[in-house]
Ligand binder design. Structure first.
Ligand SMILES: [Fe+2]
Length: 373
């Protein structure tokens, strides 16, 4: 196994700590297929989606399907409904046989998917009550023209001569969905559920400073594709005072596509949350935006790819450790900005502290320390 400390300076697990993978998972998912949301206004959602860099594959009175330029299934499905909420992630299985194994172990049924998607799927419920689907053999849309990556003259290494650099100010073109980040009051139980059902591997654990012996509170989790490298994280999970969606991330071609696309979103009047910077865990160049309903979405480029040999890293969870460079992390990104949601936040915090879960007063103190360090 490759030593994680070869890759960056963090240390691995200590004796007796979480191994970062399940010994005998039911199956191994290949990737995220798509994320599903409910929105009250599909026209408004579609306008933002196009400015963010998606293309529409289906639009009816009740449904909006959005895709990136990569071949495959649409990567965001939006259903019209009274509220604005995250309905759940859908993972892609390598084969239909995996769905039947999952069905056998969970007592759920494999069902054909809607005509517009093709293939079949199975619906599960994670320990937080979130609907989690796994699909196989879904319809493969042909690739769309990619946004051409730029040729960079890096130092003295000349990749471009007698040619000028003019990245167009246009929407970044999303290539694919990269990851989704969820928060849970029962973080360990939920994380283990995902590892055991889907064969995921924890790339990095983070713990509250001074509370390592109580176990990690944040994990960046990748798909196990054997010798084929996968995104450093396809799923990330954090302990927190509510069960909720934090953000989802979509790959674009390069830094220019990301920055020019961000300028376009700003020109269109959309709300910038945090960026441009480069993350530590996963190393992506990132830029965070809020959609018209306040949902956080990320453009990213140049992320780390790990195969199944890389062991789990361990490091303290700090706000300053979210980026290697870039502007200081914003209150908006951390969800600390006072606004219409504040009353609800306080109420869910009190409920979480009272409830039978993993979020207690010491964990709250740990979380406050994260935002200050
Ligand atoms: Fe992210």
């Amino acid at each position: 196994m490759a030593d994680h400390s070869d890759l960056h300076s963090e240390h691995g697990a200590r004796r007796g700590e979480h191994p970062g993978r399940a010994r005998n998972p039911i199956m191994k998912v290949h990737d995220l297929a798509w994320l599903e949301f409910e929105k009250p206004d599909l026209a408004r959602a579609e306008r933002f989606a196009h400015a963010f860099g998606f293309s529409t594959t289906l639009r009816t009175d009740s449904e909006l399907h959005l895709r990136g330029t990569d071949a495959g299934a649409p990567c965001v499905l939006i259903r019209k409904g009274p509220g604005s909420r995250f309905l759940g992630p859908t993972f892609l299985a390598g084969a239909t046989a995996d769905l039947h194994r999952l069905a056998g172990r969970t007592g759920r049924q494999v069902r054909p998917l809607a005509e517009s998607l093709g293939g079949s799927g199975i619906e599960l419920t994670d320990p937080t009550g979130l609907r989690v689907s796994v699909v196989a053999d879904v319809r493969q849309l042909d690739p769309l023209p990619q946004q051409a990556p730029h040729d960079f003259n890096s130092g003295h290494r000349l990749a471009r001569s007698n040619a000028i650099q003019r990245p167009p100010r246009e929407p970044a073109r999303v290539q694919r969905v990269g990851h989704v980040v969820l928060q849970s009051t029962r973080y360990s139980e939920t994380l283990n559920w995902y590892l055991e059902h889907f064969g995921l591997i924890v790339s990095d654990f983070q713990y509250y400073e001074g509370q390592r012996e109580r176990g990690p509170t944040m994990s960046f989790v990748r798909c196990d594709r054997g010798a084929t490298p996968a995104d450093h994280h396809t799923l990330a999970m954090a302990l927190g005072p509510a069960d909720r969606y934090l953000h989802s991330a979509y790959q674009v071609a390069d830094l220019d596509a990301l920055a020019a696309g961000g300028r376009h979103l700003g020109d269109e009047g959309y709300h910038h949350s945090w960026g441009v910077g480069r993350h530590v865990e996963g190393s992506q160049i990132f830029d965070y935006w809020r959609d018209p309903d306040g949902f956080l979405v990320e453009h990213f480029s140049d992320g780390d790819m790990f195969d199944d040999t890389v062991e789990t890293g361990w490091s303290p969870f700090t706000a300053s450790g979210l980026a290697q460079w870039g502007p200081a992390v914003t209150k908006d990104f951390l969800g600390l900005k006072a606004g219409r949601g504040t009353f609800g936040e306080v109420r869910s915090l009190i409920e979480a502290l009272r409830g039978n879960n993993e979020f207690d007063l010491e964990r709250l103190r740990g979380l406050i320390t994260v935002t200050r360090t």
